[in-house]
Structure formats: C-alpha cells, structure tokens
Design a binder for this molecule. Sequence first.
Ligand SMILES: Nc1nc2c(ncn2[C@@H]2O[C@H](COP(=O)(O)OP(=O)(O)OP(=O)(O)O)[C@@H](O)[C@H]2O)c(=O)[nH]1
Ligand SMILES: [Mg+2]
Length: 195
Amino acid sequence: MRIKKAELLALAVKKEQYPPEGPPEVAFAGRSNVGKSSLLNLLTGRRRLAYTSGSPGKTQTINFYSINDDAFRIVDLPGYGYAKVARQVSEKWGRMIEAYLEGRQTLRRVALLVDIRHDPTAQDLQLYEYLKHYGLAGLVVCTKADKVGTNERTKCVKRIRQTLALGEGDTLVCVSALKKTGVDDLLAAIARVVG
Ligand SMILES: Nc1nc2c(ncn2[C@@H]2O[C@H](COP(=O)(O)OP(=O)(O)OP(=O)(O)O)[C@@H](O)[C@H]2O)c(=O)[nH]1
Ligand SMILES: [Mg+2]
C-alpha cells in the first residue's frame, strides 16, 4: 500500500466534533514527544501535515486525517506522561482519549508508539492493557530507531516485547522519521487492519 493523498478532516476534543464515522480508523497513541505526529508526516510523505515539536505536549486535540480519499483514516492522539502538565489537565486528556477509544465503532487498531531507547513506562503498560481489553491492541511501533545501532536495536526490541508481553500474533515495527525507515512495514501492518 502507498499513501497518495492525506487531508486533515477534523480537530476534536468532544464527540460532537468528531467527523461522522466512515471508513476504518487506526490511531497513534503514546507518550508526549514519542513521535506520533512525525510518524504521520513520514507515512504520508508530508513534512508539515501534522505539527511536531521538540517540546512535549504539541498535539492537544484528537486529529482525524483522511487517507487516499477516505479509504481509511489515521487519528493522531495527544500524548500522555508529560510531567509538566498539571494533573487536572492530564485527567482531562485521559477522559478525552478514553471517550474516543471506547465509543468509536470504526476504530480498528491503536498503534502504541514507544521510544526504542526506553523501556515502556507504567502509563504505556496501562494503556496497552486497556487496548487489549477493548480488542484494539497488537500493533507496537518503536520510534526514533535512528538513535540506536543495529545490535542495540535487537536488544531494545526484545526488552520492549517482554515488557509489553507481546505474543506471536502481535506486530512490532521499528521506524525512523529522521532516516525515513520502516514505512513499508508499518503501512503493510496498517493495511492488514483496515483492508
Ligand atoms: N531522531 C529522531 N527524532 C524524532 C523522530 N520522530 C520524532 N522525532 C522528534 O521528536 C520530537 C517529538 O516529535 P512529535 O512527532 O511532535 O511527537 P508527538 O508524539 O506527536 O508529541 P505530542 O504531540 O506532544 O504528543 C520532535 O522534535 C521530532 O523531531 C525520529 O524518528 N528520530
Ligand atoms: Mg503530536
């Protein structure tokens, strides 16, 4: 599969702001700064489709993107785990994301993004368990693969698989937005869930 066209459909906080349910959706979730928005730009070949930032907390709304004339959608979620965000704000974000994850009939899968260099955090684990419960788990993306060498990468991937208790049927893909690697693998995995 190739992404030939991508357009922003909606920025949403509340359900009323979601675009009507249509084609299947895949969402990107993970810690702030892990590279969700960068990944969207990488996959779509558009450098500034989604805004990215060196400081965490850039994406604050649920952003719906229509891909290939609405063959499917990619949904860029706000990140979690940003220490400087007040607890009240972070609870609001949690509810915002939960409302989407629980209520969206057309949501097929949530890709959990984790930084390849770090062991998944307690919040990553918590989200992953939650995704399992809702039948949305099974796709993990290790971002910033350019930050580690080949040998290190194997070790990191093994550790991440162990921490998240991934099984044979679960897919793990390594990507680098910087080096533009992993696109084909991830698109293949996405095609399997939205196809
Ligand atoms: N080296 C490297 N840096 C990356 C990669 N992907 C993202 N980054 C950098 O990581 C930072 C955060 O990227 P974003 O895509 O904005 O992260 P996000 O997950 O959307 O963050 P929030 O919107 O805050 O949740 C930016 O400075 C990116 O340039 C990558 O593959 N390699
Ligand atoms: Mg973002």
